[in-house]
Design a protein around this ligand. Sequence first.
Ligand SMILES: *Cc1c(COP(=O)(O)O)cnc(C)c1O
Length: 353
Amino acid sequence: MTSLSSILEIDPSILRNNIQKLKNKIKPSSNFLAVIKSDAYGHILSKVVHDIDDLVDGYGVVRIDEAIELRKISKKKILLMQGVYSNDDFKIAKINNLDLVVHNQHQFNIIKTNNDYKDLWFKINTGMNRLGFDKDDFLNIYENYLRDVRFTLMTHLAASNIKEDPSNEKQFLRFEELSKKLNPDVQKSIANTGCVLNFPEKSFDWVRVGIGIFGGYIGNDELQTAITLKSPIINVKEIATGERVGYDGRAVAKNDMKIATVYLGYADGLPQHVKDGSIVMVNNQEAKVFGKVSMDVTTIDVTNIQDCSIGDWCEYFSPNHSINNLASNNGSISYDLMIRIKSRVKRIYKNIN
Ligand SMILES: *Cc1c(COP(=O)(O)O)cnc(C)c1O
């Protein structure tokens, strides 16, 4: 017996296409670090790695458990992008041959204690003011400990997706001014997806690309959403003008309507605040969310959809209906939509074609 379930279908051939397109934008000399933190943005880390390992030069994750899992299945470079927070974790990182980000003095103290300066990436704050050394603090460490060490200098952009935002130029300038003071063989890394697309000339030695691989970058139609979130319709009913649908009666019928109830709600990871009018696909036709998202179901307007019946699938996003639509119409971001899908949604990972 199979029980009714919503499905998240993952298509790895799209991930491969997206990686190729992104690689075509960067300098041939730049290395490609696939950022696959948070279970590969919800795409199943172990399976994704199996299918993209030949295309990438390394991986970036945040949690050490993910790095350990990853080390079992790939020999490529693995960067722990927020470094380690204890001596024990440092030792685990070394055993697993991980590269480590060092973003503050506390982390650098762990490095000093262990007197092991191999495979480090120093993160510089160039204006995001979240993580990273300020210039003078870093130069102090550099003069005292790193003059003869091969390392990578990195920073992270706060607004790479907004090309005209003046913070980008300011961050590039600060980064480049600092790198001029260092040994020329220091490697450099700035670019996330937004930077690769908006400032490909800043690809330096390593790009660190996440969301673009998964097709969640708004403002680029070449990159395709690789997942389909779909759920079966479990009820269809007609309602008369003036009837209200769902909690608080948010949606009011202006005409006689046909309403379908879909087996996916906020307990499955669909944001509760999804608005009326958000577009979903039923039988390759557009339907609209009508009524507040409930814990277990969504109600949609299928008045104009032919032959809509129980058992038909409602698609919230897919390779043909970008996840960016749902994100941008609801004040959300694709990153958040991808990682919030809950385990009660069945994941189906397709074979590569
Ligand atoms: C998540 C992350 C990235 C990837 O960013 P995208 O916008 O998903 O491409 C790059 N660098 C660091 C340090 C990150 O934490």
